[in-house]
Design a protein around this ligand. Structure first.
Ligand code: AMP
Length: 284
């Protein structure tokens, strides 16, 4: 079956219904487009593990705050279609904002305290927008599995919690972060970086991975790991704004006092106007 590009929720349902009735499994990969190898690795997992894969491209207005980059978010629809077709995707769902949010839309998922931490402290309405749009996508596509990247670990935790607590019949799958050769996590927003900014951007992953190594040592504590990451970032003048950096409980996202089992090392920094996030999970 060659890839169909569909714009309305009803068309997606009509295309999938007979397939699902025949017992075929569906994997969903939600994206905002401008696809890179990180997205494509997730797509490949879904294509391998399901009879049918639906990818979505939707730059979701409800997850952008005032003054954020919604209008200039990178777009490459033709390139995305080619990549998804070559990867064996069956349906590309590419709705407009009007297709997803009718006049007077007013229902939102309230995601609770984990949405207020880390990125949520700087983007207060972001995760309610993400959770709401992903709930809609799950209802439209009714996949057996939905795929997300570890790069957005907090997003995954929130969506997995939502699916579990709201009894959504879907397996939420997390896929490893795909990086450039120098460690920078791939992101559509990396396209905003100037050459100079791009050359310093790997500092975030360097800080997180050095602290992860240190944390495994006998002497290290979360407080020392945090100080170490702050020092590494401070040494890089272009990384002029550190929104947060530290060691967190991977389930609650609360600040970790002591490293006893597992830790999430996560940070968000701005390099010039571009906001970068990354994280590393560590086990003892
Ligand atoms: P986005 O288009 O940025 O909304 O991302 C769509 C999906 O791809 C999300 O589940 C992201 O976590 C995931 N993703 C983005 N970048 C990467 C990456 N470098 N490695 C793995 N997954 C990623």
């Amino acid at each position: 079956m060659s890839m169909e590009v569909l714009r309305s929720p009803i068309m997606v349902r009509e295309a999938l219904f007979p397939q699902i009735m025949r017992g075929r499994s569906v994997g969903l990969v939600p994206t905002m487009g401008a696809l890179h190898d990180g997205h494509m690795a997730i797509v490949r997992d879904s294509v391998m593990e399901n009879d049918l894969t639906v990818a979505s491209i939707f730059v979701n207005p409800t997850q952008f705050g005032p003054g954020e980059d919604m209008d200039k978010y990178p777009r490459d629809v033709d390139g995305d279609i080619t990549r998804l077709r070559e990867a064996g995707v069956d349906i590309l769902f590419m709705p407009s904002a009007a297709d997803m949010y009718g006049e007077g839309f007013s229902t939102f998922i309230d995601v609770g305290p984990i949405a207020a931490r880390l990125c949520g402290a700087f983007r207060p309405t972001h995760f309610r927008g993400v959770a709401t749009v992903v709930a809609k996508l799950l209802n439209i596509v009714t996949p057996e599995r939905a795929y997300f990247g570890q790069k957005d670990y907090q997003q995954f935790l929130i969506l997995e919690t939502m699916a579990r607590e709201l009894d959504m019949p879907v397996d939420m799958v997390i896929c490893p972060t795909i990086r450039e050769g120098d460690g920078l996590a791939m992101s559509s927003r990396n396209a905003y970086l100037s050459e100079k900014e791009r050359s310093v951007a790997p500092v975030l992953y360097r800080a997180l991975s050095s602290a992860a190594e240190a944390l495994k040592g006998a002497e290290a504590s979360p407080a020392k790991a945090k100080a170490m990451m702050e020092d590494m970032l401070r040494a890089e003048p272009l990384a002029d704004e550190v929104q947060y950096i530290g060691c967190y409980d991977p389930h609650t996202l609360q600040w970790l006092e002591e490293f006893s089992g597992s830790a999430l090392l996560a940070g968000a920094i701005k390099i010039g106007p571009t906001r970068l996030i990354d994280n590393v999970l560590v086990w003892k």
